[in-house]
Design a protein around this ligand. Sequence first.
Ligand code: ADP
Ligand code: MG
Length: 694
Amino acid sequence: MNVTEIFGSYVFNDAVMKEKLPEETYAALKKAVKGGKSLDIAVANTVAAAMKDWAVSKGATHFTHWFQPMTGITAEKHDSFISPVGDGTVIMEFSGKELIKGESDASSFPSGGLRATFEARGYTAWDPTSYAFIKDNTLCIPTAFYSYGGHALDKKTPLLRSMELLNTQALRILRLFGNTSVNRVITTVGAEQEYFLVDKELFNKRKDLVYTGRTLFGARPPKGQEMRDHYFGAIRPRVADFMKELDTELWKLGVLAKTEHNEAAPAQHEIAPIFTDTNTATDHNQITMEILKNVAERHGMKCLLHEKPFAGVNGSGKHNNWSMATDTGVNLLEPGKSPYENAQFLLFLCSVIKAVDEYQDLLRFSIASAGNDHRLGSNEAPPAIISIFLGDELTEILEAIDNGSSYSNKENSDMEIGVHVLPHFPKDTTDRNRTSPFAFTGNKFEFRMLGSSISISGPNIILNTIIAEQLEQFADALENAKDFTSALNTLIRKTIREHKRIIFNGNGYDDAWVKEAEKRGLLNIKTTPEAIATFIEDKNVELFTKHRIFTKEEIYSRSDILYDNYIKTVSIEAQTMAEMAKKDIIPSILKYEEHLAKLVEIKQESLGFKPDPEKAILKNLSELCNSVYETTESLTKELGEAKSIADKKELSFFYKDTVIPEMQTLREAADEAERLTGREYLPFPTYGDLLFSV
Ligand code: ADP
Ligand code: MG
């Protein structure tokens, strides 16, 4: 396989554009993209024609405006290129108009009330900053999705807005440091993706996996991840074949798939790309999740992207590695070589520290989902408390700046710390800390709280916005300063002093941290309904509307959609549990009981033996069966009660406080019964079957 030839072969990327477009068209397109301007229709027609010819030469027959509605997954509606010419034949056609704008019946996508049902129209608009690509013989054109009234109905539009905002504010800072050569600051992201692979046949035998993507029942197997033999272990042939095809498919689509390895839990794996700009990284992560599922199918497996497919073994997350970079290729979170560069680095670092401290709620909100609630704070993923890991070295430097004392390390003997005499930062300043939700890893931040199935768009919208807000405040203060250096000094010192409570380098999984965090006044938002509630708080609404990231209507509609999503997820899970209990679990217990009861009779009456083991198992199982039955009844009753609660927030709290604990009780009884039931009586594949199936 020739990787360099395959790579990007299904992408209408810059190299292809240069080759296929007339020079003026290419230049006009580049100019429009750079300036964020809309494209002249003549130019669009030329681009569309070239795109179509290229796509058809690669076997494409259809095109689609590929977009990211609030469902969190991608959507597409295929149109073929054919156009009749009147003599019974067709030609392949694609116009500039079709490229730039699409109209689709959008009434079935969640809009949170932004689009009344009678106004079903939704529009898609080409995002020329993300390359078009071919998937399943279809030319996919990345687009934004918005309503008739101009409100964003998708995850791309606000992301692009937030990137633009950060660009504007970061440029102001760079200018203050005398930098006039940079024209654009982009945010960069590398998203590490975790997932599970299980055998497809076994998967299909479990209604919980089929309906909800996670197991709702299942006793733990004797072997889980305690031997730590899976992590970075040798990759089994079936999985290796899968990964090989996965890489090839992703490379064709220009996704920079780089690292593949086994994760902590049995059957758990990770794929990581090389980082790129946030918009592309987001599109690519959506593509990656889709390709993961498709390729797994072809190999007789199912790829589970759920945050917690199995209780008792690690769940899956997504690490969002984030930084800012200039169009001249400089990473703004890279500690510099000279004190002057370091002052700039420190200021950007401070913008992150202040942003994270002031908007803990929004960061927590940005990763909230019913699935992720099973991971956070359960000793495998970072706790629900937001804090920053900086590493000892950097923390010491900040502390020295804060109290104006001297700082010493191996390379520098004691030195006064001031912005004008900062130390050289040692290269690899950070140790590894796997328990921090937000860790500085040398030249970027790793936001580790994301669940494996969510779109990374949300967390990046929040990151870009809250950091841009700080950069704006900093620029405002510094642009008006009489003495830049001393103003900078004061600003950095003040920021460190006021926000250092958010820095925590210790073990985030430790109970002691929960208490310590509370003392520091940090938020500990444990569940999704509570996290969603913070979104519409005044300070947050003000932030988003001021920067035009979300309108007030968009904020309310999104909060509505999120409550809805939580409610539906838990409700489907609860109904699935009730159904499995009634249709599968109880009947299987009864069958085994019947078998035991018969044995008791035979042994006792015909043979005169004492059937003690049979009786003991029978007694225990009967009791458990009782619990399963009764809990299922109350669960069903509660699901009925839920129907009478109209307010979405109230309803989501009802699910969290009443339904979820009931589900937990039901599961405990059923899992205990599973342990006592003979293998051939079990109604569906066990954890052991699933986890060691591939
Ligand atoms: P790990 O966290 O597993 O040790 P790495 O340090 O190799 O992994 O990097 C993890 C991810 O961070 C990769 O996707 C990588 O491309 C990405 N990354 C590296 N530098 C940056 C950066 N400046 N901005 C955003 N992401 C980055
Ligand atoms: Mg990582």
